[in-house]
Design a binder for this molecule. Structure first.
Ligand SMILES: *Cc1c(COP(=O)(O)O)cnc(C)c1O
Length: 387
């Protein structure tokens, strides 16, 4: 053991929770049918509008991100509709599985894992289907591959070619760290979860929607109960929720809003981009291949490819055992071949340094090559120029 004093959580969710959020969540309980809670709820629904780029108040579900994915589908798609699901990794697969649970006419556009979709390929896929498509689903950041998709480009293209299509985006692993404006970017529904870039503990999720999606929620025929968004939205208008909410987490949302206000959303976005740039150069300096090319890389998580499975295992194991640093492995077809380091939410660039020091030591041992100082030097130089 070299460092045992504090756990460094560098996974792409859950992410570290700031003290101010933790404290807000530790306040004494209040009843959910009270004026006290209505005040909290009213403010919490509003608090999230800037980070989602939403004109409407953002709904809060007291269930994890996947419930928001499911809600974004069953409240938009009618039973016999044809829909397109873009699958570029494990979370795309999840959208596909939800779709196939409810619907017969699911058209999957497979995108090579580790790459972003190309807007013209999505458009020609839709055209070649030759059936009316009611909705297109995609991840914004595909967490399993660390790719950020050009959703604004696709959203605008869909709006200009197929006005009736609903564009539904899973932003679980990047909302709070990217520039998004639902109106500008042609997004009808944008969902996220609490435990990634939004710095909250796991367990609540968010649904942002435009006027058009809201009308659709009220008319769609797919059965739903807990996840019926018309019900959630009616309650929201009363500063309430249809069922007992996670009251503590709602208070956490208010503390999150304070943090965003004090740093400024544009600085938060820039911070994530700077860290991405610096981490990518540092890993490259360690002769670690990056899974994703620069133009497709997410600002919230970075995937890298050690030389072989043995090196994957050694890096992950020694980071945890010797340095108390947790990173993530691969999922699905990438299990065992990549590692992913999360850098989203409550994270300063310098919190990546212990991770890089650990990598330098582990790789110096394992490869018998001198890596000490190599990654940390480049990382610090990039951050210095970005400041
Ligand atoms: C984490 C994640 C989810 C799933 O969220 P849960 O909170 O585990 O249900 C969905 N989509 C993406 C892109 C994610 O990163």
């Amino acid at each position: 053991m070299l460092f045992t004093h504090h756990l460094s959580l560098l996974t792409p969710g859950p992410t570290p929770v700031p003290r101010s959020i933790q404290n807000a969540m530790n306040q004494p309980m209040i009843g959910h049918r009270s004026k006290d809670f209505e005040n909290v709820a009213e403010a919490a629904f509003k608090a999230l509008k800037p980070v989602f780029g939403s004109e409407q108040d953002v709904m809060i579900l007291s269930s994890s991100g996947t419930s928001a994915l499911e809600a974004s589908m069953v409240n938009i798609v009618n039973p016999n509709d044809h829909i397109v699901v873009i699958v570029s990794g494990a979370f795309g697969k999840r959208y596909q599985q939800i779709a196939e649970t409810y619907y017969q006419n699911v058209h999957v556009l497979d995108v090579e894992w580790g790459t972003a979709f190309k807007t013209d390929e999505v458009l020609s896929f839709i055209e070649n289907l030759n059936v009316p498509i009611s909705a297109v689903f995609t991840q914004f950041c595909e967490t399993s591959t660390a790719v950020l998709h050009p959703v604004a480009e696709l959203g605008r293209a869909l709006k200009s070619h197929y006005e009736s299509i609903y564009f539904v985006v899973d932003g679980v692993s990047c909302i709070g760290a990217v520039d998004v404006d639902m109106n500008r970017d042609g997004i009808d529904v944008l969902v996220s979860g609490s435990q990634k870039a939004l710095m909250l503990p796991p367990g609540i999720s968010f649904v942002a929607y435009n006027d058009r999606a809201l009308e659709r929620f009220n008319t769609v025929k797919t059965p739903s109960f807990y996840l019926n968004l018309a019900k959630h939205r009616n309650a929201l208008a009363q500063h309430s929720t249809p069922f007992t909410p996670n009251i503590s987490a709602f208070r956490g949302v208010l503390a999150f809003e304070e943090l965003v206000k004090s740093e400024g959303l544009s600085h938060i976005i820039q911070r994530h981009n700077s860290i991405k740039k610096a981490v990518r150069q540092a890993l490259t300096a360690l002769d670690l291949e990056l899974l994703v090319k620069d133009s497709d890389a997410s600002p919230t998580v970075t995937a890298f490819v050690p030389k072989d499975k043995k090196e994957v295992d050694i890096i992950k194991k020694r980071l945890k055992e010797d340095f108390n640093i947790t990173i993530a492995g691969g999922q699905g077809q990438l299990k065992g071949s990549i590692l992913r380091v999360g850098h989203m939410g409550f994270i300063s660039p310098f919190e990546l340094l212990p991770f890089l020091v650990g990598l330098e030591i582990i790789l110096t041992d394992h490869r018998k090559k001198p890596y000490i100082g190599v990654a940390t030097k480049i990382f610090t130089e990039v951050i210095y120029h970005e400041l």
